[in-house]
Ligand binder design. Structure first.
Ligand SMILES: Cc1ncc(COP(=O)(O)O)c(C=O)c1O
Length: 367
């Protein structure tokens, strides 16, 4: 008897829907016959990469015939100094996304429960699905993580908890003291992944002190990325900070050269470029204020955001409005898959991109 290909694949793949990324500019321009479009769909930094990162990358180009440093020594040392942690508490990933997968591969088996918020970054659910673990998804409350309900959902089978703070796609964060209390209350034999991809956009008073829990030996992995405020999404580089024992387990399943040499030098240079980070944060704050005001004037409810994107309710099917915006060369993200059928997730762009987005949305909704 001939077997079908899907019979050979892991049974966990049958319910897995591939991640759907924001449309690349080139594809939209080809498909809709537009030019000069603006991409506000993937929460990238509209100011671009740090000039210091570009310089470091250019200087590293002649060495491309060599394999990268598999352990990422220089970047881990730089991160260790930056965050005042030990270098062996650090693991680099091909984007922080890779680290989410490594956690799944290292810890999850069928029967284990994985706890996360239902409308949080979709990769948590995918990691649970692909390992055959049991998904325990707790709905958000007022568009933010409902930590007390998540805590109440912990059982003896809970092995892993994902928390995104700030959360994608809502842009909300939880009270820093409430998050610290949650981390203190979770039983110590559960692994917690705290995904802080948008951490650097938070004002200081909203930043929880999560590294204190790593220093205290809790099985916590704090994830950060160079894809957002550092403007290096195309390089694919992120990192995790966790106790050495936890990082050691993840290293067992990590591919030897998972982060490339240009990413390592670019990230180290970007980390040292405080001016670029500050300018990016200031531009984001101004752009967010502008867009919130414009959306409010259009009568559209906007979820209060602390990140570099806004979740706005356009009051009609998001997919339709997205397509009408695409025809005007504005690329945004519909979020029906997250259970928000009439919302759009819009990344804060440059001043002119924000203006263009607001005008296009007004034209589409007014039409
Ligand atoms: C909450 C969250 N976590 C992780 C990621 C993955 O980022 P990267 O793999 O580019 O580091 C994203 C990207 O959009 C995100 O929104």
């Amino acid at each position: 008897m001939t077997r079908r290909l899907e019979d050979l694949a892991s049974p966990h793949l049958s319910g897995l829907i591939p991640y759907s990324p924001g449309k690349p500019i080139e594809e939209v321009e080809r498909e809709f016959g537009v030019s000069d479009s603006v991409k506000l769909a993937s929460n990238e930094n509209p100011l671009g990469p740090s000039p210091r990162a570009l310089q470091a990358i250019a200087a590293a180009l002649p060495g491309l015939h060599r394999y990268p440093d598999g352990g990422g020594y220089a970047l881990r040392q730089a991160l260790a100094r930056h965050w005042n942690v030990c270098a062996d508490w650090l693991i680099l990933g091909n984007g922080s996304n890779e680290l989410l997968e490594l956690v799944g591969r290292s810890f999850l088996q069928p029967g284990d429960e994985v706890l996360y918020a239902r409308q949080a970054f979709v990769v948590y659910e995918m990691v649970a699905q692909m390992t055959g673990a049991t998904k325990v998804a707790v709905p958000l409350k007022d568009f933010a993580h409902d930590l007390p309900t998540m805590q109440a959902a912990i059982t003896a089978k809970t092995k892993l908890i994902f928390v995104a703070n700030p959360n994608n796609p809502t842009g909300t964060c939880v009270d820093p003291r409430a998050l610290e209390a949650f981390l203190a209350a979770v039983p110590r034999d559960i692994v917690v992944v705290l995904d802080e991809a948008y951490y650097e956009y938070l004002p200081p008073e909203l930043r929880p002190d999560t590294l204190q829990f790593v220093r205290g030996g809790r099985w916590l992995l704090v994830l950060r990325t160079f894809s957002k405020i550092y403007g290096l999404a195309g390089l694919r580089i992120g990192y995790g900070i966790g106790p050495a024992e936890l990082v050691g387990l993840l290293n067992k399943v990590r591919e030897p050269f998972n982060t490339n040499s240009l990413a390592q030098v670019g990230a180290a240079a970007a980390l040292a470029d405080d001016a670029h980070v500050s300018a990016s944060r200031a531009a984001n704050d101004a752009g967010r204020t502008f867009l919130v005001e414009r959306f409010r004037r259009m009568g559209l409810p906007v979820v209060p955001s602390v990140a570099n994107f806004l979740l706005v309710d356009v009051g009609r099917p998001g997919a339709q409005v997205t397509e009408a915006l695409l025809r005007r060369g504005v690329i945004v993200r519909p979020v029906a898959g997250y259970g928000f059928p009439t919302h759009l997730r819009i990344t804060i762009g440059t001043a002119s991109e924000n203006e263009r987005c607001a005008a296009a949305l007004q034209a589409v909704l007014g039409a």
